[in-house]
Design a protein around this ligand. Structure first.
Ligand code: SDX
Length: 428
C-alpha cells in the first residue's frame, strides 16, 4: 500500500500521495492540493519544497554526501577528468573511450566564437565585472545560432546547442580575462584537451607556446569537477525555470550566470578572498570578525560559511582544503590569507553560534585561495565557478525538457490592499 499524507483543512480531510526517491527521500505530492482544497502552501526560499524529480545529483546535507549520477564526488575528483564528468552528468553514464574521444572531437570543432563577438568587448567599460560580461556574451550566442531558438528542437538539435556552448565557454571566459588585461586573445587549439586548451587561452601568449605544470592542470580538473552540479541550487533552479518557458539554452544559462553572481551564492568565492584580505589588512584578528558575524546588528557574514543544505561539512570543501595545501606547497606559494582562513575555520568550528546553526565551511571557502595561487584575479573566481557549473546547468536544462515539465509559475498569498475605488487627482 503506497504511503499517503492526511491533511485536514476547514473541516475537510484530504489524502495526499507520498513519493519516495531512490535514496528514500520522501515528498508529499501537493500538485492537486489547490484543486481539491483551494489552499496552497507557502515556503519562502523553498527550504521545504521540491521543484522537480531529478536523476542527476544526489546530496545528503546531514551526512555530507554528494554524488553525480551515483558516483561519489571523492572518486570523480580523484580519478576522472572534467570533460568525462561533463559527459556523465549530461548523458547519464560514464563514456566509453570511443564516446569520450568523439565528445572531445565534436567540442574541438566548435571552440571558436564568431569574430563579430569581439565587438562586444569594445562596448564594455574596462572595469566591468566579468560575470556581467559572461552573461551578456553567453546570451548573445543565440544571435549567432538562431536555430537554437526553435522551442520544438529535437534532442539532436538541442545537443548541437549543448556541444556549441560547452565548446565556446572556455573561449569566452579566457577572452574576458585577456580583454580585461589589454592583452591579445589566444585562440583555441583543435587538438588540445579541454582543460589544457582553456589554460593555454587564459595564461598562454600569442608570442609563444606555453606548457603547464601537471599540478596546475590537475588542480583545474579537480576544481571544475567539484563545481559541476549541485541539484536545485539558486542558479540551477533559475536555468530550469527560464528553460521551462521554452527559452533557448543560451538564454537559460545566461540567466543562471546572473543568479550565480550573487555573493550569497557563487559570488561568495570572490567575497571570501575580499573578506580574508580585509581581515589581514585589519591586523588578522579572526576573533574580531567572528564577533561581527554573530552580531545581528552587523550585516557582516562569514563568507564561505554556511549552506542551505549542508548541515555538516561540505564534502567539496574537504577536498578543496586538502588540494589547497598540496597545490600551494607544490607551487611554492605562501599565501598569508590561507593562515587567516585556517584560524577563522578553527575558531568558527568551536564557536557555539556556528555550532548551534551548523555553519561549516562550504565549497567557496578555500577555492579562491587556489584560484589565486593558479594566477587568476578575484573577479574571475565566480566566472570559473560558472565554467565548472556549466555541464550541470546543461544537464538540468536537458532533463527539464526531456521530462516536458510545465512552465514554472509559483503561486502567492496576497497581503496587499483589498478592493477600493479610484480617487481623482483633484481629491488627493
Ligand atoms: C553556494 O545551494 C547550493 O547548493 C549552493 C552551492 C552550489 O554548489 O550551488 O553550494 C554554492 O552558494 C555555497 C554558499 C556560498 N555562500 C556563502 O558562503 C555566503 C555566506 N553564507 C550565508 O549567507 C548562508 O549560509 C547561505 C546563504 C549560504 C545559506 O543561508 P540560509 O540557508 O538561508 O540560512 P539563513 O540565512 O536562514 O541562516 C540561518 C542562521 C541565521 O541566524 P539566525 O537568524 O538563526 O540567528 O545562520 C546564520 C543566519 O544569520 N548564518 C550566518 C551565516 N550563514 C548563516 N551567520 C554568519 N555568517 C554566515 N555565513
Amino acid at each position: 500500500m503506497s504511503e499517503t499524507a492526511s491533511i485536514t483543512l476547514n473541516g475537510s480531510s484530504y489524502e495526499l500521495p507520498v513519493i519516495t526517491g531512490t535514496e528514500n527521500e520522501k515528498a508529499v505530492d501537493i500538485s492537486k492540493l489547490r484543486d481539491q482544497s483551494g489552499y496552497i502552501t507557502l515556503d519562502p526560499g523553498f527550504k521545504n519544497t521540491g521543484a522537480t524529480k531529478s536523476a542527476i545529483t544526489f546530496l545528503d546535507g546531514e551526512e555530507g554526501i554528494l554524488r553525480y549520477r551515483g558516483y561519489p564526488i571523492e572518486q570523480l575528483a580523484e580519478k576522472s577528468t572534467f570533460l568525462e564528468v561533463a559527459y556523465l552528468v549530461i548523458y547519464g553514464e560514464l563514456p566509453s573511450q570511443e564516446a569520450l574521444l568523439k565528445f572531445r572531437a565534436d567540442i574541438n570543432k566548435q571552440t571558436m566564437i564568431h569574430e563579430d563577438m569581439k565587438n562586444f568587448f569594445a562596448g564594455f567599460p574596462s572595469k566591468s565585472h566579468p560575470m556581467g560580461q559572461l552573461s551578456c556574451l553567453v546570451g548573445a550566442l543565440s544571435a549567432f545560432y538562431p536555430e537554437s531558438l526553435n522551442p520544438n528542437a529535437t534532442v539532436e538539435e538541442d545537443n548541437e546547442s549543448i556541444i556549441n556552448l560547452l565548446a565556446k565557454m572556455p573561449t569566452i571566459v579566457s577572452w574576458i580575462q585577456k580583454k580585461s588585461l589589454g592583452h591579445p586573445v589566444v585562440y583555441p587549439k583543435n587538438n588540445a584537451n579541454y582543460v589544457e586548451n582553456f589554460l593555454n587561452m587564459i595564461f598562454g601568449e600569442v608570442t609563444g607556446e606555453s606548457t603547464f605544470d601537471p599540478v596546475v592542470i590537475d588542480a583545474m580538473h579537480k576544481l571544475l569537477i567539484l563545481h559541476v552540479d549541485h541539484e536545485q541550487n539558486c542558479s540551477t533552479s533559475t536555468v530550469r525555470i527560464v528553460g521551462s518557458s521554452n527559452a533557448n539554452l543560451y538564454a537559460s544559462v545566461s540567466a543562471g550566470i546572473n543568479a550565480l553572481w550573487g555573493p550569497l551564492h557563487g559570488g561568495a568565492n570572490q567575497a571570501v578572498i575580499e573578506m580574508l584580505e580585509a581581515i589581514k589588512a585589519d591586523g588578522g584578528d579572526a576573533d574580531k570578525y567572528l564577533a561581527k558575524a554573530k552580531d545581528k546588528n552587523d550585516p557582516f557574514r562569514l563568507m564561505g560559511f554556511g549552506h542551505r543544505v549542508y548541515k555538516n561539512f561540505d564534502p567539496r570543501a574537504k577536498i578543496i582544503k586538502k588540494a589547497c595545501d598540496d597545490i600551494l606547497e607544490k607551487l611554492g606559494v605562501n599565501d598569508p590569507v590561507l593562515d587567516i582562513a585556517k584560524r577563522l575555520e578553527e575558531a568558527a568550528l568551536n564557536d557555539q553560534y556556528f555550532v548551534d546553526r551548523k555553519l561549516y565551511p562550504n565549497v567557496d571557502f578555500y577555492s579562491g585561495i587556489i584560484y589565486r595561487a593558479l594566477g587568476f584575479n578575484s573577479e574571475m573566481f565566480t566566472v570559473l565557478f560558472a565554467l565548472g557549473r556549466l555541464p550541470g546547468w546543461i544537464a538540468q536544462w536537458k532533463e527539464m525538457r526531456a521530462n516536458k515539465e510545465p512552465i514554472g509559475r509559483p503561486r502567492q498569498v496576497y497581503v496587499g490592499a483589498t478592493e477600493r475605488d479610484y480617487t481623482p487627482l483633484s481629491e488627493r
